[in-house]
Design a protein around this ligand. Structure first.
Ligand SMILES: [Zn+2]
Length: 354
């Protein structure tokens, strides 16, 4: 067995090393989870100067295939558990790991996505489940089915009702992705990683340190999706001046809106990824993540302008932006990357354990 694994490892090295120039290795370069407040960010733009977040990948770049890094693969340090204690509401169930993962992938990624994107999602979901179990966030279970805490999960019955006539096809696609990656997960320094993921990014993913604690394998990397490839990639939220003011005051009652409406929005500071680190609203410096939550924005990659009668947010992408972009993964897969290359791109420096 060990000899077979070593042979497979050597075969992968021989296959990939000459083909790609980027190296997936430690030090080079995940939907919502825990962490501290955002770090301060550099460039400052006034509201009049704000433009769409500058993408690290332009639409023309996105048309060419994304260079694929060389995946780092190693034999399993420890096997993936066969079963998992899953908390669903007040109940805890002892669930087969593969069955659990089918429910996670079904809940977290559209079943019509490319097979290699589904496989990348299956590995990320397995890794994230192992990370949650290792961190012991639940005393009576290893993971829960709340997407805001661990990962979303839906039952086979929910899949049947959601998918209708497409159930058999969708279930087969997802279970194949889970089965073909059985036992595989991402490691960093021997531990399952915080495999965060999100729906779509504004040209680049977010550095984990901008939202939570920094992690060496969750740094900003280019992501190829654009408005041409993602439905609802750019969204807008428009409010009257009074609604805008009252929303800010609901969370920051000390904010000052006594001046001209056109002066209510001050400096806006961007992260390197193009997302808003913080903005001054009513004289109060508010983190981008707080503004996203207050105004129910799809991401922190937004511009904010005064329209003369109110305020307009224009938002790019969907989700916190950390880790694997699902739409980016789907596009990479469509352009020929396999799941190991997708994972190596979005989680640089990690090792795929199989
Ligand atoms: Zn949980």
């Amino acid at each position: 067995m060990k000899r077979t694994l070593i042979a497979a490892y050597l075969a992968l090295l021989i296959t990939f090393v000459p083909a790609f120039c980027l190296v997936w290795r430690s030090g080079e370069a995940a939907e919502d989870g825990p962490g501290p407040s955002p770090a301060a960010a550099p460039s400052v733009l006034s509201v009049r100067e704000t433009a769409l977040p500058s993408p690290a990948v332009t639409p023309s770049d996105a048309a060419s295939p994304t260079p694929s890094p060389t995946p780092s693969v190693s034999p399993a340090a420890e096997p993936v558990p066969e079963r998992l204690l899953v908390k669903c509401g007040p109940e805890v169930y002892d669930v087969d790991m593969q069955e659990y993962l089918i429910g996670v992938v079904a809940a977290e990624m559209p079943a019509y996505f490319e097979p290699e994107a589904l496989k990348a999602q299956a590995v990320a979901a397995r890794t994230y489940a192992m990370y949650c179990a290792a961190t012991g966030r639940h005393s009576d279970a290893q993971v829960c089915t709340d997407y805001a805490c661990c990962q979303a999960w839906i039952s086979r019955e929910d899949m049947e009702s959601n998918w209708g006539e497409s159930f058999e096809t969708n279930y087969a696609a997802i279970s194949q992705a889970v089965e073909e990656t059985k036992g595989e997960y991402l490691c960093y320094e021997g531990e399952p990683v915080f495999a965060a993921f999100h729906s779509s990014s504004c040209g680049a993913t977010e550095d984990c340190g901008a939202i939570w604690n920094p992690l060496p394998y969750l740094v900003s990397v280019p992501s190829p999706e654009t408005a041409d490839t993602v439905p609802g990639f750019v969204s807008q939220v428009e409010l009257s001046s009074l609604d805008f003011r009252d929303t800010v005051l609901s969370a920051y009652p000390w904010a000052d809106f006594t001046g001209e409406e056109s002066s209510w929005v001050g400096e806006i500071s961007l992260e390197d990824s193009g997302r808003v680190a913080w903005a001054v609203l009513g004289g109060v410096e508010i983190p981008g993540t707080e503004i996203r939550s207050l105004f129910s924005l799809r991401s922190t990659a937004f511009t904010l302008e005064y329209t003369g009668s109110g305020f307009l947010f224009t938002v790019t992408g969907y989700g916190h932006g950390v880790g694997m972009s699902q739409h980016g993964a789907n596009l990479m897969a469509a352009q020929g990357s396999d799941y190991t290359q997708i994972l190596a791109h979005y989680y640089p420096g990690t090792t795929l354990v199989k």
